[in-house]
Ligand binder design. Structure first.
Ligand code: ATP
Ligand code: FE
Length: 348
C-alpha cells in the first residue's frame, strides 16, 4: 500500500509518498520560514496564499520523485488539526479535490499525533512509550498506548517552548544577526548558545514546586525580558540592539528550558521542532541514562513539520485493514482513526 501525506498546518507545505513500512519513496517540502522571519511572525493570510501557490507543485514533486502515479496510491492522509485554520484549509481543499478526482480514500491526521509517532518511522518502538512533544505550538507529555490511543499526562499551561524561544530570539533581534539569518528563533538561540556561558545569568527553572507533569514557559520568558531590558538600560542601547551578552543569554535560556523539560521527563520519545535542539537532547539523555532507559529522538529533519510524519500513523498492520475497508467507499471522508485522549485534550 502507498500513502500520500500532505501537511499544511502552519508554515510548511509538505508532501511525501510512503509505503506502510515507513519507507519514504519521494518527498517535497516548501518552507515559508524566510518570508515569516521578515514580518516577525506568521501572518495567517500570507501563509494561506503561499500554501495555495505551492501545494500543487509540492505534491506533484513528491509523486514524481517516488515514481508513483495518483492511481497507484492506496490513500491520501492529510493534517486536519490542530493548526492555523487558513493554512489547514488549503491542504484540505487540495486533498478533497485530489481524492474526489482520483477516487481515493482520505485519512484525517491529527498533527500532534503525527509528531508523537514520528519516532516509529526510524526506530523499532514498542507501545506503550512516553512521548515528550516540544514544538512551536505545544509542550505535551503523553503515554502513547497505540497509534490511536494517547493518554495526556501534562501540557503547557501557557505558551510552547518553541514559541517562547522564538520570542526571546526576536526580542534580541537574533534572526537579523548575520550568523543566524535563515534560522528559526530556536535554531538561532542554539547556535549562539554554543559560544555562551550558561552560568552568566541564572533564571529560575519554572514550576519547581509543582509535582504534576505540566509545563510553563511564559514566566521564564518574562524573567528573560526583564533581564534584557535591564542590560539594555545599563549599556545605553536601543531595544533589540544588545550585542555583548547575547551568547551568554542564549546559553542561559537554553539551559533553563532544558532543565525544565528534563525534570519532568523520565522515559521519553521526543519529537517536535524544539526536539532538534542538541543541548536539550543531551539534557534528556542524562536523565534517561541515569534511569537505565532508552531515549529516542527522530532525526532533526523529521522533527519539524513535514509531509513524511503525516503517515507515521499509517505504519501499523491495522492500517492495512482500515485502508481495505476504506476501499469499499473510496471517497468517503471517514472520521479519524484517532479517537484518543490526546486528541480530545488538544481539541479542548
Ligand atoms: P506545532 O507542531 O505545535 O503545531 P510547529 O509545527 O509550528 O508547532 P515545529 O515545526 O515542530 O512547530 O517546530 C518549530 C519550532 O521549533 C519553532 O518554534 C522553532 O524555533 C523551534 N526549533 C527548531 N529548531 C530548534 C532548535 N534547534 N532549538 C530550539 N528550538 C528549535
Ligand atoms: Fe508541528
Amino acid at each position: 500500500s502507498l500513502v500520500l501525506g500532505i501537511e499544511t498546518s502552519c508554515d510548511d507545505t509538505g508532501a511525501a509518498v510512503l509505503d506502510l513500512n515507513g519507507n519514504i519513496l519521494g518527498e517535497s517540502l516548501h518552507s515559508q520560514k524566510e518570508v515569516h522571519l521578515k514580518t516577525g511572525g506568521i501572518i495567517p493570510t500570507v501563509a494561506q496564499q503561499l500554501h495555495r501557490e505551492h501545494i500543487e507543485r509540492v505534491v506533484n514533486e513528491a509523486l514524481a520523485l517516488s515514481g508513483v502515479s495518483p492511481q497507484q496510491l492506496s490513500a491520501v492522509a492529510t493534517t486536519v488539526k490542530p493548526g492555523l485554520a487558513l493554512s489547514l484549509g488549503i491542504g484540505l481543499e487540495f486533498s478533497r479535490r485530489f481524492v474526489t478526482q482520483h477516487r481515493k480514500p482520505f485519512i484525517p491526521i491529527h498533527h500532534m499525533e503525527a509528531h508523537a509517532l514520528t519516532a516509529r518511522m526510524t526506530e523499532q518502538v514498542e507501545f506503550p512509550f512516553l512521548v515528550l512533544l516540544i514544538s512551536g505550538g505545544h509542550a505535551l507529555l503523553a503515554v502513547a498506548r497505540g497509534v490511536d490511543d494517547f493518554l495526556l499526562l501534562g501540557q503547557s499551561l501557557d505558551e510552547a517552548p518553541g514559541d517562547a524561544m522564538d520570542k526571546v530570539a526576536r526580542r534580541l533581534s537574533l534572526t537579523k544577526h548575520p550568523l543566524c539569518s535563515p534560522l528559526s528563533g530556536g535554531q538561532a538561540l542554539e547556535l549562539l548558545a554554543q559560544s555562551g556561558d550558561r552560568t552568566s545569568f541564572s533564571f529560575t527553572t519554572p514550576m519547581g514546586q509543582s509535582l504534576d507533569c505540566n509545563f510553563s514557559f511564559a514566566g521564564l520568558r518574562n524573567q528573560v525580558s526583564l533581564v534584557i531590558e535591564k542590560k539594555e538600560e545599563e549599556e545605553g542601547v536601543a531595544p533589540g540592539s544588545l550585542l555583548s551578552c547575547v551568547n551568554d543569554l542564549a546559553a542561559s535560556v537554553q539551559h533553563t528550558v532544558a532543565c525544565h523539560l528534563a525534570k519532568r521527563t523520565h522515559r521519553a520519545v521526543v519529537s517536535g521542532g524544539v526536539a532538534s535542539n542538541q543541548y536539550i537532547r543531551k539534557a534528556l539523555s542524562l536523565i534517561t541514562e541515569r534511569e537505565g532507559l532508552r531515549l529516542l529522538c527522530p532525526p532533526p529533519k523529521l522533527c519539524t513539520d513535514n509531509g513524511i510524519m503525516i503517515q507515521s500513523v499509517c505504519i501499523n498492520p491495522l492500517t492495512d485493514i482500515v485502508l481495505s475497508l476504506l476501499h469499499v467507499d473510496p471517497v468517503l471522508f471517514l472520521r479519524a482513526p484517532l479517537g484518543s485522549d490526546l486528541t480530545a485534550e488538544v481539541r479542548a
